[in-house]
Design a protein around this ligand. Structure first.
Ligand code: 4NP
Length: 165
């Protein structure tokens, strides 16, 4: 399906080893299934603690059970250039959103929002599963699947451009 020229989406959490790589894998998987080859996806963390690391093995195992590979991904920190290179920068929680907005250079054209804005009716923030149990990783998957589907609908309709910063 060809809806727009090219849209670049950056998914962001704190460590880039649990929530945002899960969102990255799920969104790419669903875009591929929908034939949307004009959307580019990446993920990053507001912190550098896990720079270069593969996703948390609990996240990788939970995603694999839903047919989504994550093990090839590597964590990186958000950099200033991301605010020029991505159209949509989507935060997993409110603190990530605040940190991103503080880092955004003046005049950046990127739209910086919560990922869960695209999953109306669900919680606004994807809870951090890092210090919890397996159920937290399933909850992350449920939430990012819903947000990915909502985002894909808006990408096709062009509605995402009217969502504000
Ligand atoms: P994420 O989860 O932000 O979803 O990747 C976390 C991963 C690591 C840490 C915190 C949250 N940490 O404190 O190392």
């Amino acid at each position: 399906m060809s809806c727009e020229k090219s849209v670049r989406v950056l998914l962001v959490c704190l460590g880039n080893i649990c929530r945002s790589p899960t969102a990255h894998g799920v969104l790419e998987h669903r875009l591929r299934a929908a034939g949307l080859d004009w959307v580019r996806v990446d993920s990053a963390g507001t912190a550098a603690y896990h720079q270069g690391h593969a996703p948390d093995t609990r996240a990788t195992a939970a995603a694999a059970r839903r047919g989504v590979p994550l093990a090839h991904l590597r964590a990186r920190q958000v950099v200033t250039a991301d605010f020029e290179q991505f159209d949509l920068i989507l935060a997993m929680d409110a603190q990530n959103l605040l940190d991103l907005r503080a880092q955004a250079p003046a005049g950046s054209s990127a739209s910086v929002r919560l990922f869960m804005d695209f999953a109306k009716g669900l919680e606004a923030e994807v809870p951090d599963p890092y210090y919890g149990g397996a159920a937290g990783f399933e909850q992350v998957l449920d939430m990012v699947e819903a947000a990915s589907d909502g985002l894909i609908d808006q990408l096709c309709s062009g509605l995402w451009r009217r969502g504000g910063k």
